[in-house]
Write a protein that binds this ligand. Structure first.
Ligand code: PGA
Length: 251
């Protein structure tokens, strides 16, 4: 039985004081998540990771939104895995569509990051998804297949067992146009079938999230799908009341 996961992606939002104010209001929701056996997490900006981590209960997953694959070196503006580990951060989102669009994040780069994270016993949340044009041209499955196979190349079944995948159609992110639950289930099942082909039975343990305009009022339908194990939520995770409502609605 896969444990449900609700993950908030804060993107480039919240100053340190705003992030801390949110962190200090999380005790009640974390207790609720623990009681109902749901994993709960947030991904603040790099700048807020250390303080947020120090001010929340250890049961709240605190994830970075990206990381570099090299340990150290001449990579101006980047953050490395040892830097994250040093402040007790052991999760990272990889390949978010905004990074693919604005920062030339390729499947190959994602693959290097995922391998480096797993080698350091960290958990990647690997994001995949098609653009509106690809969706309209009926290319969704072709695109997802390529992103999954290239992003997860050179990994063994043993290595991928804690990996998390997020299916986020680009046309649904931040647009208010959430995918239907039929689309979410169809593509998440398709992803699980690729994982089965690549890694065998461990595919049944890998959590697959849906993301893209998930709100308190539509989250429940996704979690009712057999192959959707949780949600990656942007806008609706920024406000503590709405974040709490997302959780309550999947209990
Ligand atoms: P959204 O973002 O919920 O604001 O659409 C989702 C994401 O980008 O992870």
């Amino acid at each position: 039985m896969r444990k449900k996961l609700l993950m908030g992606n804060w993107k480039m939002n919240k100053t340190l004081s705003e992030a801390l104010s949110f962190a200090k209001q999380t005790d009640e929701i974390i207790a609720l998540a623990v009681k109902h056996n749901i994993d709960l997490g947030i991904a603040p900006t790099y700048l807020c990771l250390k303080d947020v981590k120090e001010n929340v209960n250890e049961n709240l997953i605190v994830s970075s939104q990206n990381v570099h694959f090299e340990d150290h070196g001449a990579f101006t503006g980047e953050i490395s895995i040892p830097m994250l580990k040093d402040i007790n951060i052991d999760w990272s989102i990889i390949g978010h569509s905004e990074r693919r669009t604005y920062d030339n994040e390729t499947d190959e780069k994602c693959n290097k990051k995922i391998i480096a994270l797993i080698q350091n016993n960290m958990t990647p949340i690997y994001c995949v998804g098609e653009t509106l044009t690809q969706f309209e041209n009926g290319d969704t499955k072709k695109v997802i297949d390529t992103q999954i196979r290239n992003g997860l190349a050179n990994l063994s079944s043993e290595q991928v067992k804690n990996l998390v995948i997020a299916y986020e159609p680009v046309w649904s992110i931040g647009t208010g146009k959430n995918a239907s639950k039929e689309i979410a289930q169809d593509i998440c099942k398709f992803i699980r079938d690729i994982l089965l082909d690549m890694f065998g039975e461990v595919s049944q343990d890998i959590r697959i999230l849906y993301g893209g305009s998930v709100k308190p009022e539509n989250i429940k339908q996704y979690l009712s799908c057999p192959d959707v194990d949780g949600a990656l939520v942007g806008g609706a995770s920024l406000n503590i009341d709405s974040y709490k409502q997302l959780l309550i609605n999947i209990i």
